[in-house]
Design a protein around this ligand. Structure first.
Ligand code: ZN
Length: 497
């Protein structure tokens, strides 16, 4: 009982202050993978040879004036492009400066951007071997990992995956980007910067968030704290306010954009900082994974990642028209959409039965409209519930919301106008029988001669549809007559061959 009560109180507390776990964010955090992070770092820091633009290459340095710097940029570009994201180079300055960034356009707010970023250049006080594993292949790997995972989701906000050059020279790359964004009036909702996220020699899992009261930087810090708590990342975070200005987030503060820095530190400064020994062998791997999970988690939460919706249903509506129920719906976009099974349940929502199928458009980025006419075989007053089962070509499916109508059976016979009309060679005739009775439907030519009997038998209450095939008849005007108990009605139709 005690345990139950505790759980209950925790849930109540989280909900009462608006903190609720989002399953898709948890999934993304779980997908953050140490193997891929490790691979990126080993390749970026020269531990492993890699293939860059088809040629084997070992990145022994990413220092701004070393050949490896540009090769590292190529490596990053190649990775981001391999995830199908449009990727851009942004050259700047006179020293061959080159930012690389990829864009994932937001589905709801394409003009509002979150930036997840790190600098990829590195530095050493002496020598030409500059692995820069912690500073800052670690942050770079987390950005690439974000792109690798996020590409499989929709994001409501646009996400920029940015890797800055020449941070070590004085934040040159991020400064250039931020100034361009500022000049263009970009709406940057927040910047998550990672610089040194893998060193934790005493395994205390401590890290620092640097923020300042600039734009929404405090709120971004709070979101990171919330994410850390909500998803049990396992880190102990401290807030530094006013935060340090020694990394790329400061370029955004300088333009009054919200930004935060996630960094290891907390009294445990990397002993190999800016030396040839800044190598992955000194990483605390579980810590590196936790820091990456937090970075991805907070970015995913901010940008509001959602599962990809292959077919986006805009509207689904049901209305009664005489003896028929008209269903209409539309889609904003479709991907591999085979079509829609129409399902109906009478007087409850527990007994859905398939009553028809409407072909989809396959893949389409345009708005498409659909309709379906139901002729319910019911008597009296009923609640009719409808839903769509959208089926992909691969067999996967999803259900729409349920719509319902109150359906009152008409008191009298109904004979609908045939559709299509004029027609060639066949057309549909709908009619409704209000009580069980003998029914005949016959077709007559222009001179009143009977040419075909379509129905001649007892019919139960309900709606019926006849397909009239006139392929054996010549062009001309025809009449169709419904005769039921105390009822006779005739309509005209035209066959044009
Ligand atoms: Zn750094």
């Amino acid at each position: 009982m005690k345990n139950f009560l505790q759980v209950f109180i925790v849930m109540l507390t989280l909900q009462s202050i608006g903190f609720t776990q989002v399953p898709v964010i948890q999934t993304i955090i779980n997908q953050t993978n140490l193997d891929s992070l490790t691979k990126f770092v080993r390749e970026l820091s020269g531990e492993d040879q890699t293939i860059i633009n088809g040629t084997p290459y070992t990145i022994v340095s990413r220092r701004w004036n070393h050949a490896g710097n540009d090769m590292a940029a190529n490596y990053i570009q190649q990775k981001l492009e391999s995830y199908g994201l449009p990727t851009y180079n942004q050259p700047f300055g006179t020293g061959g400066g080159r930012n690389v960034y990829a864009v994932q356009v937001g589905t709801q707010y394409p003009n509002k951007k979150y930036i997840i970023c790190a600098h990829y250049d590195d530095f050493t006080y002496s020598g030409t071997v500059v692995p820069g594993a912690d500073d800052n292949a670690s942050g770079t790997a987390a950005v690439i990992e974000a792109a690798r995972i996020f590409k499989n989701y929709d994001s409501k906000y646009t996400i920029i995956y940015a890797l800055w050059d020449e941070e070590e020279r004085g934040l040159y790359g991020s400064d250039y980007y931020a100034q361009q964004a500022y000049n263009a009036g970009d709406s940057i909702m927040g910047v998550i910067n990672m610089d040194m996220i893998a060193y934790d020699s005493n395994s205390d899992s401590k890290a620092e968030i640097h923020t300042r009261p600039i734009a929404n930087s405090i709120a971004l810090k709070d979101k990171m704290l919330e994410t850390n708590t909500l998803y049990n990342t396992g880190l102990t975070l401290s807030t530094i306010n006013p935060g340090a200005t020694y990394s790329d987030h400061a370029s955004f503060w300088n333009r009054n954009y919200g930004a935060i820095l996630l960094i290891e530190l907390d009294g445990d400064f990397n002993a190999y900082y800016h030396t040839a020994n800044d190598r992955i062998q000194y990483f605390n791997m579980p810590y590196f994974l936790k820091m990456s999970k937090l970075s991805l988690g907070v970015t995913a939460a901010l940008a509001e990642l959602t599962d990809i919706v292959p077919v986006e249903l805009l509207a689904f509506n049901a209305s009664v028209n005489g003896s028929e129920v008209q269903l209409i719906w539309s889609t904003a976009s479709e991907l591999n959409n085979m079509g829609f099974e129409i399902e109906r349940s009478i007087d409850n929502q527990d007994n859905f039965v398939t009553i028809g199928f409407v072909d989809g458009k396959g893949s389409s980025s345009e708005i498409n409209y659909y309709s379906f006419t139901d002729h319910p075989q019911v008597s009296g007053v009923n609640q009719l519930y409808y839903r769509l089962k959208q089926v992909d070509f691969d067999g996967s499916f999803s259900y729409s919301d349920v719509v319902n109508v109150s359906y009152d059976v008409p008191a009298e016979f109904v004979l609908s106008q045939n559709y299509p009309n004029p027609f060639n060679p066949s057309t549909k005739i709908n009619y409704f029988v209000p009580q069980e009775s003998f029914v005949s439907v016959k077709v007559y030519d222009f001179l009143g001669r009977e040419v075909m009997t379509l129905v001649n038998e007892t019919r139960a209450v309900g709606s019926y549809e006849i397909v009239f095939d006139a392929s054996s008849l010549p062009s001309g005007t025809y009449f169709y007559t419904l005769i039921g108990e105390n009822y006779s009605f005739t309509k005209k139709m035209i066959l044009i061959k």
